[in-house]
Write a protein that binds this ligand. Structure first.
Ligand code: BES
Ligand code: MN
Ligand code: MN
Length: 454
């Protein structure tokens, strides 16, 4: 039997198994879920054994475990592909906005609704089912294959870097395949060739050593929330430029041909605004929306808190205020360097009435991957076989920090062939993954392995 026939006769079973995977609340960022995250690593490693992967191992880390599996039966004259993905998911809040519960997967209107359905369990599972389709239909895999599935991507992949650097031989490969990105639009198969990087910091402003009565002290002691607000508001100017000294020093300028290619993509600014229910977009003057999100850096406040936030009024002059700030970076910006630059900047503008505590939470390098060579060509061919149309090349604004480590440590090209859709609501309530993309992804993965072996 052919691998494709096996897929076609097992569609429902595959979907039900994905549901089992999605039911495990593997939220890597919330320690209450550590047991579940661990259970998820065990579930996926058992599953890899059951589909016939001969070598499966769980590598514990100081954080969440790394799952590794390999099948090298194709032999020395065939290439080796490493497939990376993550089994951890984002937190689910605000829970009340979910139509069905985040860990009780359900199909509605052709979409699988559950936390992690698109990011990234559904996409990891496509490749596992593609491998199963070969192995359980009496075929060998056409290439040597290694799975590396981590549980800390959403928390910054804190232990994966070291793992990769310490296991270069184990992970040696000719190319890396990652499905953790999105298509340009529904019906537009896409290959991503660039991701933004990230610098994530947290700052706390402390004024008086305790909360004060705003009548007894108000007007004579500075207010940390107001200081913080003013400081963060000054981080960008009226033209959407980030004001941190030296912030743009290493930004690689967009080439005209790349801008031309962006312009050819079917992007409708009005529809995009309407979908978000905003009157207008926002951003750096002189750049289009796609350029702003794909190829220009950005700075956002992710959260801000301090003082009294309960019901009604409490007359308090708070002691502290905190903000979480993320900066998306583009080649050749360096997360450490950018974190230092914002740190210097903040201390420079700090008024003498308060103190500043600065934390560098995590970072990731921006990447541009190859757009030519055997691996990417195989991806184009595989997508063509499944969808009967040419894939588009695109960049994306999100980050997968480990991509840069892969290309450097393993010296192998990385292919970013994702199957998410922009409407998947990743990281939001009602995350979904299109059923068609789940099956199309399995089919494409089957073809991809075959193409790679040619
Ligand atoms: N799969 C996403 C990255 C992504 C999202 C790529 C959309 C392309 C389009 C990944 O799981 C993710 O969320 N990454 C984080 C990285 C961070 C936690 C270090 C991100 O981009 O915020
Ligand atoms: Mn992801
Ligand atoms: Mn994510």
């Amino acid at each position: 039997m052919e691998a494709i026939s096996y897929l076609n006769s097992n569609r429902e079973l595959f979907l039900n198994q994905l549901f089992e995977f999605l039911k495990i609340p593997s939220i890597s960022n919330e320690s209450e879920y550590d047991k579940e995250t661990k259970r998820c690593s065990e579930w996926i490693s058992n599953h890899l054994k059951n589909i016939g992967m001969p070598n499966v191992a769980i590598y514990p880390t100081a954080g969440h475990p790394i799952v590794y599996a390999e099948n090298l039966e194709a032999g020395k004259d065939k290439p080796t592909v490493l497939i990376y993905g993550h089994y951890d998911v984002q937190p689910v809040d605000p829970l009340e906005l979910w139509i069905s519960k985040p860990f009780e997967p359900e199909v509605r209107n052709g979409k699988i609704y559950a936390r992690g359905s698109s990011d990234d369990k559904g996409q990891v599972f496509m490749h596992i089912k593609a491998v199963e389709s070969y192995l359980k239909s009496g075929n060998k895999l056409p290439v040597n294959l290694k799975f590396l599935i981590e549980g800390e991507e959403e928390a910054g992949s804190n232990h994966l870097d070291d793992f990769i650097l310490n296991h270069k031989d184990l992970l040696a490969c000719d190319s890396v395949l990652i499905s953790d990105t999105e298509w340009f639009a529904d019906g537009v198969p896409s290959l991503c060739y660039s991701l933004r990087g990230l610098a994530y910091i947290e700052i706390t402003i402390t004024g008086p050593n305790r909360d004060l009565h705003s009548g007894t002290f108000g007007g004579a002691v500075d207010n940390p929330i107001m200081v913080l607000s003013k400081m963060i508001a000054s981080l960008r100017d009226d033209y959407g430029r980030i004001t941190i000294t030296g912030f743009y020093n290493d930004v690689l300028n967009l080439e005209q041909d790349e801008r031309d290619n962006f312009n050819k993509l079917p992007f409708n600014y009005r529809e995009w605004c309407n979908d978000l229910e905003v009157n207008e977009g926002y951003g750096e003057l002189g750049y289009s929306t796609l350029e702003r999100t794909w190829a220009r850096p950005s700075l956002d406040i992710n959260g801000i808190y301090g003082g009294y936030i309960g019901d009604g009024a409490k007359t308090v002059l708070p002691s502290k205020a905190t903000a979480k700030i993320s900066m998306r970076l583009v080649p050749n910006q360096d997360p450490e360097d950018i974190a230092n630059k914002i740190k210097d900047h903040l201390f420079r503008i700090l008024p003498p009435t308060v103190k500043l505590e600065f934390k560098n939470l995590h970072g990731g390098n921006p990447v541009i991957v190859q757009r030519d060579g055997k691996a990417i060509q195989s991806a184009m061919n595989a997508l063509y076989k499944t969808y009967k149309k040419e894939a588009v090349f695109m960049r994306e604004g999100g980050s997968i920090p480990i991509v840069d480590t892969f290309s450097q440590a393993l010296n192998a090209p990385v292919v970013l062939m994702g199957f998410g859709l922009p409407s998947d609501n990743i990281h939001s309530p009602n995350e979904s993954f299109a059923v068609d993309n789940f099956y199309g992804g399995i089919e494409t993965s089957i073809y991809y392995l075959e193409e790679l072996s040619k």
